[in-house]
Design a protein around this ligand. Structure first.
Ligand SMILES: [Ca+2]
Ligand SMILES: [Ca+2]
Length: 449
């Protein structure tokens, strides 16, 4: 059985809760080598005529708990303490273990007949009672996938530019005016002017990249949730798993989303129902046993979350009235790179660590180019759409679509791997026309679409 971390944390908290009576603390005694945990053992591994080899037995149980819940009469407590304390299995540790009960039984010649008559009762308490499995399941389903998004060509009003850049832009529009409006300038206009660079002064050409950056900055960003997957989850509702006059178990649905999703990893949503248990009256007592760690706790009252993973005995007036094993089944859903996740009430978008360029022990920050749509200098049919979260989609000249995920390396983070090549999309310091290099993909540099 799987015990969830949260359940373990809860059980640990439970041990310290004010309404909780813990067992005698350490279940292992390192000095003696005794390790009397509750972890179950098969009957066929126990050398006792009282044991059913087909059944399963707790390795040990806390005498304090068994006494507190009324499972043992004072006489039975005394006999159990004798099993705990006989020198054949010393030292005593407050727990009734299988091995010491075997020893006591072997030496039953030293027991009074009334004590021998109590041995079956002690064995019965170590026997693992059949549990009602309370299945807590939840679904996590992809309901819809939005893959399409649209981009527009950016025509920057030249009025946004100042000084020499504004004059250069106005000159470019005289011969390279893609939209017919002399008051706007587009990336393709600057690209065409650069192809005709013989017509410009060196000082004017030196302004081309500045104008490109201004056009990119003025472009409409592509929202991080332009592509998203709508996920259906079980409603945030209470589902009763078991309800008796004494105790109630229920499943609380609802997804606790991660606060952030890393863009360079495939996102996996996990969903685990939470099982609660609450006793309804003061006479009812709960014992929770962790079958993996072998720890046991007694809870006299209250409501406990994350009972999933624990074996729960419900006792009343010295009788075990319910034994339940909440079995929590988690479900998961893999989300492709970069897609936003639409949950019932919120949208999660994946994020990426901000650009940091580190090389040879130094640190240099290179600003990423703004979100938007770009073209490539060597293949204007290819398009590079950069989402607001740093992810990109490269559509090559043949129309093939490549997902580009920013790669975190110690060299440069704004790098988008596409098959055998990659696009580095920080703002170039190389003095070239484009804003970014597209090394290895033979597409040249980026300019605003
Ligand atoms: Ca013991
Ligand atoms: Ca224009």
């Amino acid at each position: 059985m799987r015990i969830h971390g949260a359940a373990l944390a809860l059980l640990a908290a439970l041990a310290a809760a004010c309404t909780t009576t813990t067992d005698d603390g350490d279940v292992s005694t390192s000095e003696s080598g005794l390790n009397e945990v509750s972890t179950p053992r098969k009957g066929n591994t126990i050398n006792s005529p009282s044991v059913d080899p087909t059944k399963t037995y707790w390795g040990a149980r806390s005498l304090t708990i068994l006494s507190n819940i009324g499972a043992l009469t004072p006489e039975e407590v005394t006999l159990a303490k004798r099993a705990d304390g006989i020198t054949a299995n010393a030292p005593p540790n407050g727990r009734l273990g299988i091995d010491e009960l075997v020893e006591l039984e072997k030496r039953s010649g030293t027991l009074f007949p009334s004590e021998r008559a109590m041995l079956p009762k002690l064995w019965s308490l170590l026997e693992m009672a059949p549990a009602t499995v309370l299945g807590a399941t939840a679904s996590l389903t992809e309901m819809a996938r939005q893959n399409s998004y649209s981009v527009t060509k950016t025509q920057l009003p030249i009025s946004k530019l100042t000084g020499d850049a504004k004059t250069v832009a106005q000159r470019i529009e005289l011969s390279a005016n893609s939209d017919g409006d002399p008051d706007t300038i587009a990336g393709i206009d600057v690209f065409n002017a650069n192809s005709d660079s013989g017509s410009y002064l060196p000082g004017e050409i030196a302004r081309f990249r500045e104008i490109m950056i201004a056009i990119a900055a003025g472009a409409a960003p592509i929202p991080a949730d332009a592509q998203k997957i709508t996920v259906g989850v079980a409603p945030d509702a209470k589902t009763v798993l078991l309800d008796t006059p004494e105790v109630s178990f229920w499943q609380q649905d609802g997804l606790t989303p991660p606060t952030s999703l890393r863009l360079d990893q495939q996102a996996t949503l996990r969903y685990e129902p939470v099982v609660h248990v609450k006793v309804k009256d003061g006479a009812t007592k709960l014992v929770l046993i962790n079958t993996e760690s072998g720890s046991d706790w007694q809870a006299e009252s209250g409501e406990y979350t994350n009972a999933g993973g624990a074996y729960v005995e419900v006792w009343k007036n010295g009788s075990r009235i319910v034994v339940a094993m909440p079995k929590v089944a988690s479900t998961k859903l893999d989300i492709p790179y970069g897609h936003a996740i639409q949950l019932s009430s919120s949208t999660l978008t994946q994020s990426f660590v901000s650009t940091m360029f580190m090389q040879w022990g130094g640190t240099e920050s290179r600003p990423s180019i703004p979100s938007g749509s770009y073209r490539f200098t060597k293949d204007p049919k290819a398009r590079f759409d950069l989402f607001a979260n740093g992810r990109a989609i490269l559509t090559d000249g043949d129309g093939a679509v490549h997902e580009c995920i920013p790669q975190a390396t110690n060299y440069v983070v704004s790098r988008c791997d596409v098959g055998s090549g990659n696009v580095w999309y920080y703002i170039s310091f190389s003095g070239n026309l484009g804003l970014a290099s597209a090394s290895s993909v033979a597409l040249g540099e980026l300019y605003p679409n």
